[in-house]
Design a protein around this ligand. Structure first.
Ligand code: MN
Length: 249
């Protein structure tokens, strides 16, 4: 099996090294990753400047987004089309609404759009970057379970979140739905040293909610969460109701 590995934390991130090492038990691994932090860049493509690629030894490095990396890897950079695309291991959870902002999940989505099986993997917890190497063995075994033994579902990606506990303390794997999250106090308005106003998005506290089968609940209870995602955002339940609206112009 040929595996493409990418991420959104940049090629120097411990998480992408861990994922590449774990993926070697599946076959040949090619790494094509951003040259810097690209977290929360979502599914953006770079259209307004040329992209440069260099060989960093460990893999190819692109001065673009995670989606750019997948597009370039599949379109030009890899000698053959891969059988599987893996994104991560992200330093921090990608649960619930996070999947709409995450570059890690977007890279897997891009692979899904291009017709390939894809898995996004994230490690919850503030010290994820420090402890992620401990997860190599567990992630490797999980990947074998997810992609090694069966036909991968079409037009679907798997969003995996690892709980913030040592791998030996994981209680198991749960298949989950996306939860919901609200941030509080995550927008700062302040003055810079020159007295000019600035705004900064980030930080603050987050509050989670969702059903007993939701992803954040599984992770908070010490389980690995696996959420199958598809890219059809249509609200099928509302089609009939909206069709009943008078939209005559
Ligand atoms: Mn990230």
């Amino acid at each position: 099996m040929r595996v493409l590995v990418t991420n959104d934390d940049g090629y120097l991130a411990p998480g992408v090294r861990t994922l590449a090492a774990a993926a070697r038990r599946l076959g040949t691994v090619h790494v094509v990753a951003p040259d810097r932090e690209q977290s929360a860049t979502s599914h953006s493509l770079t259209l307004h400047h040329p992209l440069r690629v260099r060989d960093a030894g460990f893999g190819l490095v692109v001065d673009g987004t995670p989606t750019d990396c997948v597009v370039l890897a599949l379109g030009e950079l890899l000698p053959e089309r891969p059988d599987l695309v893996l994104s991560g291991v992200n330093h921090g959870a990608n649960l619930g609404d996070d999947v709409l902002y995450s570059g890690t999940v977007a890279a897997a989505m891009e692979a899904t759009i291009l017709g390939l099986p894809a898995v996004a993997i994230s490690l919850a917890g503030r010290d994820a970057a420090t402890v992620v190497p401990e997860w190599e063995e567990t992630v490797g075994r999980l990947l074998e379970r997810l992609v090694g033994e069966r036909q991968f579902p079409t037009e679907t990606l798997l969003n995996v979140n690892l709980p913030p506990v040592p791998p030996a303390q994981v209680k198991g794997v749960r298949v989950t739905t996306l939860g919901r999250r609200a941030y509080m106090g995550s927008l700062t308005r302040a003055l810079d040293p020159n007295g000019r106003e600035y705004f900064w998005i980030g930080g603050g506290e987050s509050r989670w909610w969702g059903g007993p089968d939701s992803d954040f609940r599984a992770v908070s209870e010490g389980y690995i969460s696996v959420t199958p995602l598809h890219l059809d955002l249509t609200n099928h339940r509302l089609l009939e109701e909206v069709s009943g609206w008078d939209l005559t112009l």
